[in-house]
Design a protein around this ligand. Structure first.
Ligand SMILES: Cc1cc2nc3c(=O)[nH]c(=O)nc-3n(C[C@H](O)[C@H](O)[C@H](O)COP(=O)(O)OP(=O)(O)OC[C@H]3O[C@@H](n4cnc5c(N)ncnc54)[C@H](O)[C@@H]3O)c2cc1C
Length: 455
Protein backbone atom coordinates (compact mmCIF):
# COMPACT_ATOMS: atom_id res chain seq x y z
CA UNK A 1 0.00 0.00 0.00
CA UNK A 2 1.30 3.43 -0.86
CA UNK A 3 -0.08 6.41 0.96
CA UNK A 4 -0.03 9.68 -0.92
CA UNK A 5 0.29 12.98 0.82
CA UNK A 6 0.31 16.32 -0.95
CA UNK A 7 3.92 16.91 -2.02
CA UNK A 8 3.60 20.54 -0.98
CA UNK A 9 2.60 19.51 2.55
CA UNK A 10 5.68 17.31 2.85
CA UNK A 11 7.89 20.10 1.48
CA UNK A 12 6.38 22.53 3.98
CA UNK A 13 7.17 20.13 6.80
CA UNK A 14 10.72 19.58 5.53
CA UNK A 15 11.45 23.29 5.45
CA UNK A 16 10.32 23.49 9.05
CA UNK A 17 12.53 20.66 10.35
CA UNK A 18 16.19 20.11 11.22
CA UNK A 19 15.93 16.32 10.79
CA UNK A 20 14.92 14.33 7.68
CA UNK A 21 11.38 13.40 6.65
CA UNK A 22 11.12 10.02 4.90
CA UNK A 23 8.32 9.22 2.48
CA UNK A 24 7.71 5.68 1.23
CA UNK A 25 9.93 6.28 -1.81
CA UNK A 26 12.89 7.79 0.05
CA UNK A 27 16.19 6.01 0.63
CA UNK A 28 16.37 4.96 4.27
CA UNK A 29 12.60 4.44 4.59
CA UNK A 30 12.80 0.63 4.62
CA UNK A 31 15.44 0.63 7.35
CA UNK A 32 13.63 3.29 9.38
CA UNK A 33 10.37 1.32 9.53
CA UNK A 34 12.01 -1.79 11.00
CA UNK A 35 11.60 -2.45 14.71
CA UNK A 36 13.08 -5.00 17.13
CA UNK A 37 10.35 -7.61 16.52
CA UNK A 38 10.81 -8.98 12.97
CA UNK A 39 7.12 -10.01 12.87
CA UNK A 40 6.16 -6.33 12.59
CA UNK A 41 5.83 -5.12 8.98
CA UNK A 42 4.14 -1.72 8.90
CA UNK A 43 4.31 1.02 6.29
CA UNK A 44 3.89 4.51 7.71
CA UNK A 45 2.93 7.33 5.36
CA UNK A 46 5.82 9.43 6.71
CA UNK A 47 8.67 8.95 9.15
CA UNK A 48 9.64 12.26 10.72
CA UNK A 49 13.12 11.96 12.21
CA UNK A 50 13.34 14.65 14.85
CA UNK A 51 16.58 16.29 15.99
CA UNK A 52 15.18 18.39 18.82
CA UNK A 53 12.12 19.75 20.60
CA UNK A 54 11.35 22.23 17.81
CA UNK A 55 11.22 19.33 15.34
CA UNK A 56 8.87 17.41 17.64
CA UNK A 57 6.53 20.42 17.84
CA UNK A 58 6.55 20.72 14.04
CA UNK A 59 5.88 16.99 13.66
CA UNK A 60 2.99 16.98 16.13
CA UNK A 61 1.42 20.06 14.55
CA UNK A 62 1.77 18.51 11.08
CA UNK A 63 0.22 15.19 12.11
CA UNK A 64 -2.68 16.89 13.88
CA UNK A 65 -3.41 19.44 11.16
CA UNK A 66 -3.26 16.79 8.40
CA UNK A 67 -5.55 14.46 10.37
CA UNK A 68 -2.97 11.71 10.95
CA UNK A 69 -2.50 9.50 13.96
CA UNK A 70 1.06 9.54 15.31
CA UNK A 71 3.19 6.63 16.46
CA UNK A 72 6.16 7.65 18.59
CA UNK A 73 9.46 5.85 18.32
CA UNK A 74 12.02 5.77 21.12
CA UNK A 75 14.23 2.67 21.08
CA UNK A 76 11.90 0.70 18.76
CA UNK A 77 11.96 -2.30 21.12
CA UNK A 78 8.31 -2.67 21.91
CA UNK A 79 7.35 -6.26 21.05
CA UNK A 80 3.89 -5.22 19.85
CA UNK A 81 5.56 -2.83 17.39
CA UNK A 82 3.97 0.34 18.76
CA UNK A 83 6.86 2.43 17.39
CA UNK A 84 5.46 2.09 13.87
CA UNK A 85 2.02 2.23 12.22
CA UNK A 86 0.41 1.74 8.83
CA UNK A 87 -0.54 4.75 6.70
CA UNK A 88 -0.04 7.35 9.43
CA UNK A 89 2.91 9.29 10.79
CA UNK A 90 5.87 8.08 12.85
CA UNK A 91 7.56 10.65 15.07
CA UNK A 92 11.00 9.07 15.29
CA UNK A 93 13.05 10.29 18.25
CA UNK A 94 15.92 7.83 17.91
CA UNK A 95 18.43 10.53 16.93
CA UNK A 96 17.77 12.52 20.12
CA UNK A 97 20.59 11.08 22.21
CA UNK A 98 21.57 13.81 24.68
CA UNK A 99 22.40 12.79 28.28
CA UNK A 100 23.57 15.09 31.04
CA UNK A 101 24.45 13.75 34.47
CA UNK A 102 24.77 16.07 37.46
CA UNK A 103 26.84 14.24 40.10
CA UNK A 104 26.01 16.84 42.78
CA UNK A 105 22.28 16.24 42.70
CA UNK A 106 22.71 12.68 41.38
CA UNK A 107 20.28 13.41 38.58
CA UNK A 108 20.33 12.65 34.88
CA UNK A 109 18.56 14.56 32.11
CA UNK A 110 17.93 12.21 29.20
CA UNK A 111 16.57 12.66 25.67
CA UNK A 112 14.10 10.09 24.29
CA UNK A 113 16.36 8.35 21.73
CA UNK A 114 18.72 7.10 24.42
CA UNK A 115 19.08 3.37 25.07
CA UNK A 116 19.65 1.78 28.48
CA UNK A 117 23.29 1.00 27.64
CA UNK A 118 23.96 4.59 26.63
CA UNK A 119 22.45 5.87 29.87
CA UNK A 120 24.46 3.44 32.02
CA UNK A 121 27.65 4.45 30.23
CA UNK A 122 27.19 8.11 31.17
CA UNK A 123 25.90 7.64 34.73
CA UNK A 124 28.68 5.15 35.55
CA UNK A 125 31.25 7.90 34.88
CA UNK A 126 30.10 9.20 38.28
CA UNK A 127 29.46 5.79 39.88
CA UNK A 128 25.72 6.25 39.48
CA UNK A 129 22.86 4.32 37.87
CA UNK A 130 19.20 4.95 37.04
CA UNK A 131 17.06 1.86 37.73
CA UNK A 132 16.00 0.48 34.34
CA UNK A 133 15.75 -2.80 32.41
CA UNK A 134 17.80 -5.88 31.56
CA UNK A 135 18.77 -5.52 27.88
CA UNK A 136 21.05 -2.61 26.99
CA UNK A 137 19.56 -1.86 23.57
CA UNK A 138 16.05 -1.17 24.94
CA UNK A 139 14.88 2.44 24.71
CA UNK A 140 14.74 4.48 27.91
CA UNK A 141 11.60 6.28 26.70
CA UNK A 142 9.16 3.42 26.15
CA UNK A 143 10.54 1.47 29.09
CA UNK A 144 10.05 4.41 31.46
CA UNK A 145 6.56 5.31 30.29
CA UNK A 146 5.31 1.77 30.96
CA UNK A 147 7.06 1.32 34.33
CA UNK A 148 10.63 0.02 34.06
CA UNK A 149 11.35 -3.37 35.65
CA UNK A 150 15.00 -4.21 36.26
CA UNK A 151 17.87 -5.31 38.48
CA UNK A 152 17.65 -2.35 40.87
CA UNK A 153 13.89 -2.54 41.53
CA UNK A 154 14.15 -4.30 44.91
CA UNK A 155 16.25 -1.46 46.28
CA UNK A 156 15.06 1.61 44.35
CA UNK A 157 11.78 0.62 42.70
CA UNK A 158 10.81 0.96 39.06
CA UNK A 159 12.21 3.47 36.60
CA UNK A 160 9.03 5.53 37.09
CA UNK A 161 9.69 5.66 40.82
CA UNK A 162 12.90 7.51 39.96
CA UNK A 163 11.42 9.94 37.44
CA UNK A 164 11.56 13.50 38.80
CA UNK A 165 10.11 15.36 35.84
CA UNK A 166 9.48 15.15 32.12
CA UNK A 167 9.27 17.68 29.32
CA UNK A 168 6.32 16.88 27.08
CA UNK A 169 5.04 18.15 23.73
CA UNK A 170 1.26 17.80 23.94
CA UNK A 171 -1.15 17.00 21.10
CA UNK A 172 -1.75 20.78 20.85
CA UNK A 173 1.94 21.27 20.11
CA UNK A 174 2.66 22.97 23.44
CA UNK A 175 5.75 22.24 25.54
CA UNK A 176 4.96 21.58 29.18
CA UNK A 177 6.79 20.27 32.22
CA UNK A 178 5.26 17.44 34.22
CA UNK A 179 6.44 16.98 37.79
CA UNK A 180 5.12 16.85 41.36
CA UNK A 181 4.73 20.64 41.24
CA UNK A 182 3.59 21.22 37.63
CA UNK A 183 0.87 19.40 35.67
CA UNK A 184 0.67 16.74 38.35
CA UNK A 185 -2.08 14.80 36.58
CA UNK A 186 0.12 14.42 33.52
CA UNK A 187 3.15 13.48 35.65
CA UNK A 188 1.10 10.80 37.38
CA UNK A 189 -0.16 9.37 34.07
CA UNK A 190 3.26 9.34 32.38
CA UNK A 191 4.58 7.06 35.12
CA UNK A 192 3.02 3.83 33.86
CA UNK A 193 0.38 4.98 31.39
CA UNK A 194 2.61 4.74 28.32
CA UNK A 195 2.86 7.14 25.39
CA UNK A 196 -0.81 8.13 25.47
CA UNK A 197 -0.50 11.73 26.61
CA UNK A 198 2.08 13.45 24.41
CA UNK A 199 5.66 13.15 23.21
CA UNK A 200 8.23 13.17 25.99
CA UNK A 201 11.24 15.16 24.82
CA UNK A 202 13.32 14.72 27.98
CA UNK A 203 13.26 12.77 31.22
CA UNK A 204 14.85 13.87 34.51
CA UNK A 205 15.81 10.90 36.68
CA UNK A 206 17.13 10.36 40.19
CA UNK A 207 20.27 8.22 39.99
CA UNK A 208 21.85 6.18 42.79
CA UNK A 209 25.37 5.08 43.70
CA UNK A 210 25.85 1.66 42.06
CA UNK A 211 29.03 -0.12 40.95
CA UNK A 212 31.26 0.17 39.04
CA UNK A 213 31.58 -3.42 40.37
CA UNK A 214 28.51 -5.24 41.65
CA UNK A 215 27.88 -8.91 42.43
CA UNK A 216 26.04 -10.40 39.50
CA UNK A 217 26.08 -12.75 36.54
CA UNK A 218 24.44 -16.14 36.13
CA UNK A 219 24.60 -19.80 36.95
CA UNK A 220 23.30 -22.45 34.55
CA UNK A 221 21.99 -25.99 34.94
CA UNK A 222 20.93 -28.50 32.28
CA UNK A 223 17.28 -27.82 31.41
CA UNK A 224 16.41 -31.36 32.49
CA UNK A 225 16.76 -29.97 36.04
CA UNK A 226 14.57 -26.90 35.39
CA UNK A 227 11.85 -27.96 37.84
CA UNK A 228 14.34 -28.49 40.69
CA UNK A 229 16.13 -25.22 39.96
CA UNK A 230 12.85 -23.28 39.87
CA UNK A 231 11.83 -24.96 43.13
CA UNK A 232 15.07 -23.92 44.82
CA UNK A 233 14.85 -20.38 43.46
CA UNK A 234 11.21 -19.93 44.55
CA UNK A 235 12.29 -20.67 48.15
CA UNK A 236 15.53 -18.68 47.89
CA UNK A 237 13.87 -15.41 46.86
CA UNK A 238 11.60 -15.43 49.93
CA UNK A 239 14.50 -14.10 52.03
CA UNK A 240 16.34 -12.08 49.37
CA UNK A 241 17.39 -8.62 50.64
CA UNK A 242 16.21 -5.55 48.70
CA UNK A 243 19.67 -5.25 47.11
CA UNK A 244 19.35 -8.65 45.44
CA UNK A 245 17.05 -9.04 42.47
CA UNK A 246 17.06 -12.31 40.55
CA UNK A 247 15.30 -14.03 37.67
CA UNK A 248 15.09 -17.72 36.79
CA UNK A 249 14.40 -19.09 33.34
CA UNK A 250 14.88 -21.57 30.55
CA UNK A 251 16.52 -20.66 27.26
CA UNK A 252 19.09 -21.94 24.75
CA UNK A 253 22.75 -22.18 25.79
CA UNK A 254 24.82 -19.42 24.14
CA UNK A 255 27.08 -22.07 22.54
CA UNK A 256 24.10 -23.78 20.90
CA UNK A 257 24.53 -26.97 22.93
CA UNK A 258 20.86 -27.14 23.96
CA UNK A 259 18.53 -25.77 26.61
CA UNK A 260 19.66 -24.51 30.01
CA UNK A 261 17.90 -23.36 33.15
CA UNK A 262 19.66 -20.28 34.50
CA UNK A 263 19.43 -18.06 37.56
CA UNK A 264 20.54 -14.50 36.92
CA UNK A 265 21.06 -12.22 39.89
CA UNK A 266 22.32 -8.73 40.64
CA UNK A 267 23.25 -7.44 44.11
CA UNK A 268 23.76 -3.69 44.18
CA UNK A 269 25.19 -3.39 47.71
CA UNK A 270 28.76 -3.98 48.92
CA UNK A 271 30.73 -6.79 47.27
CA UNK A 272 31.03 -8.49 50.65
CA UNK A 273 27.26 -8.50 51.23
CA UNK A 274 26.72 -9.50 47.60
CA UNK A 275 29.02 -12.52 47.86
CA UNK A 276 27.15 -13.76 50.95
CA UNK A 277 23.75 -13.15 49.38
CA UNK A 278 24.42 -15.12 46.18
CA UNK A 279 26.34 -18.02 47.79
CA UNK A 280 23.26 -20.30 48.08
CA UNK A 281 22.65 -19.85 44.33
CA UNK A 282 26.21 -20.95 43.61
CA UNK A 283 25.98 -23.88 46.02
CA UNK A 284 22.73 -25.34 44.75
CA UNK A 285 23.15 -28.24 42.37
CA UNK A 286 26.02 -27.48 41.88
CA UNK A 287 25.46 -25.64 38.58
CA UNK A 288 26.98 -26.87 35.33
CA UNK A 289 28.29 -23.34 34.79
CA UNK A 290 28.96 -20.69 37.42
CA UNK A 291 29.63 -17.18 36.18
CA UNK A 292 28.36 -15.34 39.25
CA UNK A 293 30.57 -13.00 41.28
CA UNK A 294 32.04 -9.50 41.07
CA UNK A 295 31.18 -8.05 37.66
CA UNK A 296 31.15 -4.51 36.20
CA UNK A 297 27.61 -3.16 36.45
CA UNK A 298 27.59 -2.31 32.73
CA UNK A 299 28.61 -5.87 31.82
CA UNK A 300 25.81 -7.33 33.91
CA UNK A 301 23.43 -4.88 32.23
CA UNK A 302 24.21 -6.37 28.80
CA UNK A 303 24.35 -10.08 29.77
CA UNK A 304 21.05 -10.76 28.00
CA UNK A 305 21.81 -8.74 24.86
CA UNK A 306 23.15 -11.64 22.81
CA UNK A 307 19.93 -13.64 23.07
CA UNK A 308 17.79 -10.60 22.20
CA UNK A 309 19.16 -9.43 18.87
CA UNK A 310 16.78 -7.35 16.71
CA UNK A 311 15.01 -8.73 13.63
CA UNK A 312 14.05 -12.21 14.89
CA UNK A 313 10.40 -13.32 14.71
CA UNK A 314 8.89 -12.79 18.14
CA UNK A 315 5.65 -13.69 19.90
CA UNK A 316 5.62 -12.20 23.39
CA UNK A 317 3.23 -12.94 26.28
CA UNK A 318 3.33 -12.33 30.00
CA UNK A 319 1.32 -12.65 33.21
CA UNK A 320 1.83 -11.48 36.79
CA UNK A 321 1.66 -14.48 39.14
CA UNK A 322 0.38 -14.55 42.71
CA UNK A 323 2.87 -17.07 44.06
CA UNK A 324 5.01 -19.92 42.83
CA UNK A 325 3.22 -23.08 43.96
CA UNK A 326 4.69 -26.54 43.19
CA UNK A 327 1.79 -27.18 40.80
CA UNK A 328 2.52 -23.97 38.88
CA UNK A 329 6.24 -24.72 38.66
CA UNK A 330 5.43 -28.19 37.27
CA UNK A 331 3.52 -26.47 34.48
CA UNK A 332 6.11 -23.77 33.76
CA UNK A 333 9.15 -26.06 33.78
CA UNK A 334 7.36 -28.84 31.91
CA UNK A 335 6.20 -26.50 29.17
CA UNK A 336 9.45 -24.53 28.94
CA UNK A 337 11.58 -27.52 28.04
CA UNK A 338 9.25 -28.28 25.13
CA UNK A 339 9.96 -24.96 23.36
CA UNK A 340 10.06 -25.58 19.58
CA UNK A 341 12.86 -23.02 19.12
CA UNK A 342 15.84 -22.99 21.52
CA UNK A 343 16.16 -19.23 20.95
CA UNK A 344 12.97 -18.75 22.99
CA UNK A 345 12.87 -17.82 26.67
CA UNK A 346 10.60 -18.59 29.59
CA UNK A 347 11.49 -16.22 32.42
CA UNK A 348 10.28 -15.77 35.98
CA UNK A 349 11.06 -12.28 37.32
CA UNK A 350 11.04 -11.65 41.08
CA UNK A 351 9.30 -8.43 42.09
CA UNK A 352 10.02 -7.37 45.66
CA UNK A 353 11.23 -4.73 48.10
CA UNK A 354 10.79 -1.14 47.00
CA UNK A 355 8.76 -2.30 44.00
CA UNK A 356 5.98 -3.53 46.29
CA UNK A 357 6.28 -0.74 48.87
CA UNK A 358 5.17 2.12 46.59
CA UNK A 359 1.37 2.58 46.85
CA UNK A 360 -0.57 1.33 43.83
CA UNK A 361 -2.07 4.76 43.05
CA UNK A 362 1.05 6.88 43.64
CA UNK A 363 1.88 6.50 39.95
CA UNK A 364 -0.14 5.09 37.05
CA UNK A 365 1.72 1.80 37.39
CA UNK A 366 -0.89 -0.21 39.25
CA UNK A 367 0.63 -3.67 39.71
CA UNK A 368 2.36 -3.27 43.05
CA UNK A 369 0.96 -6.42 44.65
CA UNK A 370 2.57 -8.82 42.17
CA UNK A 371 5.57 -10.84 43.34
CA UNK A 372 6.42 -12.71 40.15
CA UNK A 373 6.17 -11.98 36.47
CA UNK A 374 6.10 -14.81 33.93
CA UNK A 375 7.48 -13.75 30.55
CA UNK A 376 7.20 -16.05 27.54
CA UNK A 377 9.21 -14.93 24.52
CA UNK A 378 8.90 -17.23 21.53
CA UNK A 379 11.77 -16.36 19.16
CA UNK A 380 12.47 -18.01 15.80
CA UNK A 381 13.62 -17.13 12.27
CA UNK A 382 11.77 -19.34 9.76
CA UNK A 383 8.23 -18.07 9.00
CA UNK A 384 7.21 -21.69 8.34
CA UNK A 385 7.69 -22.30 12.08
CA UNK A 386 5.51 -19.40 13.21
CA UNK A 387 2.40 -21.43 13.99
CA UNK A 388 4.24 -23.96 16.16
CA UNK A 389 6.04 -21.26 18.14
CA UNK A 390 2.95 -19.12 18.68
CA UNK A 391 0.93 -22.20 19.72
CA UNK A 392 3.61 -23.20 22.23
CA UNK A 393 3.63 -19.75 23.87
CA UNK A 394 -0.17 -19.59 23.97
CA UNK A 395 -0.30 -23.07 25.47
CA UNK A 396 1.87 -22.09 28.41
CA UNK A 397 -0.05 -18.87 29.04
CA UNK A 398 -3.36 -20.77 28.94
CA UNK A 399 -2.07 -23.36 31.40
CA UNK A 400 -1.02 -20.79 34.03
CA UNK A 401 -4.31 -18.86 34.01
CA UNK A 402 -5.48 -20.21 37.39
CA UNK A 403 -2.32 -18.80 39.01
CA UNK A 404 -2.24 -15.25 37.63
CA UNK A 405 -3.10 -12.04 39.49
CA UNK A 406 -5.23 -10.98 36.51
CA UNK A 407 -2.79 -8.12 35.95
CA UNK A 408 -0.16 -7.77 33.26
CA UNK A 409 2.79 -5.45 32.69
CA UNK A 410 2.00 -2.58 30.26
CA UNK A 411 5.36 -2.95 28.52
CA UNK A 412 5.03 -6.71 28.08
CA UNK A 413 1.79 -6.62 26.11
CA UNK A 414 2.14 -8.42 22.79
CA UNK A 415 0.69 -8.11 19.30
CA UNK A 416 -2.60 -9.85 20.10
CA UNK A 417 -3.26 -8.23 23.47
CA UNK A 418 -6.32 -6.04 23.01
CA UNK A 419 -8.22 -3.40 24.95
CA UNK A 420 -9.14 -5.78 27.79
CA UNK A 421 -5.46 -6.47 28.46
CA UNK A 422 -4.62 -2.74 28.47
CA UNK A 423 -7.34 -2.37 31.10
CA UNK A 424 -5.86 -5.29 33.05
CA UNK A 425 -2.42 -3.67 32.88
CA UNK A 426 -3.70 -0.32 34.18
CA UNK A 427 -5.72 -2.10 36.87
CA UNK A 428 -7.43 0.20 39.34
CA UNK A 429 -5.78 3.25 37.73
CA UNK A 430 -7.61 2.83 34.41
CA UNK A 431 -10.44 5.35 34.93
CA UNK A 432 -8.05 8.04 36.12
CA UNK A 433 -5.89 7.45 33.04
CA UNK A 434 -8.96 7.94 30.83
CA UNK A 435 -9.55 11.33 32.50
CA UNK A 436 -5.98 12.46 31.83
CA UNK A 437 -6.17 11.17 28.26
CA UNK A 438 -9.35 13.17 27.70
CA UNK A 439 -7.62 16.32 28.89
CA UNK A 440 -4.35 15.97 26.94
CA UNK A 441 -5.27 13.98 23.81
CA UNK A 442 -9.06 14.02 23.35
CA UNK A 443 -8.79 13.14 19.63
CA UNK A 444 -6.55 10.14 20.41
CA UNK A 445 -3.81 11.24 18.04
CA UNK A 446 -1.37 9.16 20.12
CA UNK A 447 -3.12 5.83 19.60
CA UNK A 448 -0.34 3.46 18.49
CA UNK A 449 0.44 2.31 22.00
CA UNK A 450 -1.18 0.48 24.90
CA UNK A 451 -4.11 2.67 24.08
CA UNK A 452 -6.18 4.41 26.73
CA UNK A 453 -9.23 5.54 24.80
CA UNK A 454 -10.47 9.02 25.70
CA UNK A 455 -14.08 7.81 25.89
C1 LIG B 1 14.70 -7.59 24.43
C2 LIG B 1 13.79 -6.79 25.32
C3 LIG B 1 14.05 -6.72 26.67
C4 LIG B 1 13.23 -5.98 27.51
N1 LIG B 1 13.53 -5.92 28.83
C5 LIG B 1 12.79 -5.16 29.65
C6 LIG B 1 13.11 -5.01 31.01
O1 LIG B 1 14.09 -5.58 31.50
N2 LIG B 1 12.33 -4.24 31.78
C7 LIG B 1 11.25 -3.59 31.28
O2 LIG B 1 10.58 -2.90 32.04
N3 LIG B 1 10.91 -3.71 29.99
C8 LIG B 1 11.65 -4.47 29.16
N4 LIG B 1 11.29 -4.61 27.86
C9 LIG B 1 10.05 -4.00 27.39
C10 LIG B 1 10.27 -2.54 27.04
O3 LIG B 1 10.13 -1.77 28.19
C11 LIG B 1 9.24 -2.07 26.03
O4 LIG B 1 9.39 -2.82 24.87
C12 LIG B 1 9.37 -0.58 25.72
O5 LIG B 1 8.26 -0.19 24.98
C13 LIG B 1 10.63 -0.27 24.98
O6 LIG B 1 10.81 1.08 24.84
P1 LIG B 1 11.35 1.68 23.45
O7 LIG B 1 11.55 3.13 23.62
O8 LIG B 1 12.49 0.86 22.97
O9 LIG B 1 10.06 1.36 22.61
P2 LIG B 1 9.40 1.89 21.27
O10 LIG B 1 8.98 0.65 20.54
O11 LIG B 1 10.22 2.88 20.54
O12 LIG B 1 8.13 2.62 21.83
C14 LIG B 1 7.12 1.93 22.47
C15 LIG B 1 5.96 2.84 22.80
O13 LIG B 1 6.43 3.77 23.76
C16 LIG B 1 5.93 5.05 23.47
N5 LIG B 1 7.02 6.02 23.37
C17 LIG B 1 8.32 5.80 23.09
N6 LIG B 1 9.01 6.92 23.22
C18 LIG B 1 8.13 7.88 23.57
C19 LIG B 1 8.24 9.27 23.87
N7 LIG B 1 9.41 9.89 23.89
N8 LIG B 1 7.13 9.95 24.18
C20 LIG B 1 5.93 9.34 24.20
N9 LIG B 1 5.77 8.03 23.95
C21 LIG B 1 6.86 7.31 23.64
C22 LIG B 1 5.17 5.04 22.22
O14 LIG B 1 3.79 5.10 22.58
C23 LIG B 1 5.43 3.69 21.64
O15 LIG B 1 4.22 3.29 21.18
C24 LIG B 1 12.11 -5.32 26.99
C25 LIG B 1 11.84 -5.41 25.63
C26 LIG B 1 12.65 -6.13 24.79
C27 LIG B 1 12.33 -6.23 23.36
Amino acid sequence: VTTTIEASAVEGLRSNLRGPVLTQSDAGYEEARKVWNGMIDRRPALIIQCQGVADVIAAVNFARDQGFGAAVRGGGHNAAGYAVCDDNVVIDLSAMKGIHVDPKTRTARVQPGVTLGELDRETQVFGLAVPAGAVSTTGVAGLTLGGGIGWLMGKYGLTVDNLLSAEVVTARGEVVTASESENRDLFWALRGGGGNFGVVTSFEFQAHPVGPLITGGLVAHPAARAREVMGFWSEFVKTAPDELTSYCGVTGAPDGSGLICAIIAAHSGSLEDGAKAVQPIKDFGPPAMDAMGPIPFVVHQSLLDEGNQPGRLIYWKSEFLRELTPELLDIVAGHAVKMPSVASTVLLEHMHGAYNRFEADRTAFGQRDAHFNLVVIASWTDPAESDANVAWARGLIAAVQPFTTGGVYFNYLGTDDGADRVRAAAGRNYERLVEVKRKYDPANMFRYNQNIKPS
